[in-house]
Write a protein that binds this ligand. Structure first.
Ligand SMILES: *Cc1c(COP(=O)(O)O)cnc(C)c1O
Length: 393
């Protein structure tokens, strides 16, 4: 009936940076040429800059899970003990990786919507001195929670174990001081805060982790990080790289470098804060008790299936948002903030949500959620407080 622009508003894949998307059309280059070597070297250098680390950084042709798998098979041996912090669907992915490779998992579980406290990690490390790796999510995308990475890393640093951080939605949404905090392996993916399509993953690797690589016996072939590192030094990848996504990545890294990684993080965190304020105003509850900056999971009003909200975003407004995963399906819907999201996006998402709530038996005052977002924007932009005469006149 009316125009509906399709908008991808999920926490991965995320909205694409236009100049990155356009750069992908230059993919008719060969990967064993000087042109490519220059591209690859500059992407690796910029990625290190943006991640803020002096550690080695390696890029793989896979979605994020490939790099999670690589960070197990390159540093561990069959039967090794690993400590897994599991507080959502992605924590469960670590459990599945461990199972697939015959690792001995000590799992610290928390209910969906909560996180694993540093205190529990401290106790588990003391009780299991043979733990070789501690695996966790910086940001648990399925519940919208953030772990206290700094505190947990400080505990792991004192042990022989390496910290293996799934930062796939943590990078660009929360401060992560890789070198300062001693984050041994930090995994990222292209389709999250890096604003480009899915298909490449990457990870930084500390010297402590490389030392484990020497004796690690788990089988590996395609994801052999030592081999990749050797090639990367020369500006090449071991196998055929994802040329088009590397062209896109070069543009997105340029964009993030110009903006500043800290500003990208602050952007996501401010949008998350504004979303929580809007939810409260609309009488909705945020699902997580430790909400992070990548995505806000909001509980559907009592008696309403969150799938209705997700469906109506698409049908009424052409906007793709996400439902809960697994057992959280129907309970929550998720508003993303990571990467190329801005206040204009959030104003319209909250306005659309108000329409959808009213259409489905959860009456709210039109504009009240939007006003909460405007308030946070105005504070951040240091705008004058409107005089009462202008408000609600
Ligand atoms: C998206 C995501 C992944 C990776 O999933 P892929 O589909 O393999 O890209 C892993 N962990 C978290 C926390 C994520 O958000």
């Amino acid at each position: 009936m009316y125009i509906k622009k399709q908008r991808l508003l999920t926490p991965g894949p995320t909205p694409l940076l236009p100049q990155a998307l356009h750069a992908m059309m230059g993919a008719d280059i060969h990967h064993r040429t000087e042109d490519f070597r220059q591209l690859y070297k500059s992407v690796l250098t910029d990625l290190k800059t943006v991640m803020g680390t002096k550690n080695d950084v390696i890029i793989l042709v896979s979605s994020g899970t490939g790099a999670l798998e690589a960070s197990a098979v390159n540093f561990l041996s069959p039967g090794d003990a690993v400590l897994i912090l599991s507080a959502g669907k992605f924590g469960e992915r670590w459990e599945n990786v461990a199972k697939a490779y015959g690792l001995r998992a000590v799992t610290l579980k928390s209910p969906y919507g909560e996180v694993v406290s540093p205190e529990r990690v401290e106790k588990a490390l003391a009780e299991n001195p043979d733990v070789r790796a501690v695996m966790l999510q910086a940001s648990e995308t399925s519940t919208g929670s953030a772990h206290n990475v700094e505190a947990i890393a400080a505990l792991v640093k004192k042990t022989p174990a390496i910290l293996v951080l799934d930062a796939i939605t943590g990078l660009g949404t929360m401060p992560l001081d890789i070198d300062g905090w001693g984050l041994d392996i930090v995994v990222g993916g292209s389709q999250k805060a890096f604003m480009i399509p899915p298909g490449i993953s990457f990870l930084s690797i500390s010297q402590k982790a490389w030392a484990l690589n020497e004796s690690a016996k788990l089988p590996r072939f395609y994801f052999d990080l030592k081999r990749e590192l050797k090639n990367a030094v020369n500006g090449e990848s071991a196998w055929t790289p994802n040329t088009s996504l590397l062209l896109a990545m070069a543009e997105s890294l340029k964009y993030i470098k110009n903006l500043g990684m800290d500003k990208l993080v602050a952007n996501a965190q401010m949008l998350a804060r504004a979303t929580r304020a809007a939810a409260a105003t609309l009488g909705l509850e945020v699902f997580s008790s430790s909400p992070g900056g990548s995505v806000t999971a909001i509980q559907a009003p009592a008696g309403m299936d969150s799938g209705v909200i997700v469906k109506e975003f698409r049908q009424r407004f052409g906007a793709i948002i996400t439902n809960g995963q697994g057992e959280m399906k129907g309970q929550i819907f998720r508003i993303a903030h990571l990467g190329y999201f801005d206040f204009m996006d959030l104003f319209s998402m909250v306005a659309a949500l108000e329409v959808i709530l009213n259409a489905n038996g959860h009456p709210v005052v039109y504009g009240s959620g939007v006003a909460a977002v405007q308030q946070i924007y105005a504070e951040a932009a240091q705008l004058p407080v409107p005089t009462p005469a202008l408000v609600g006149a």
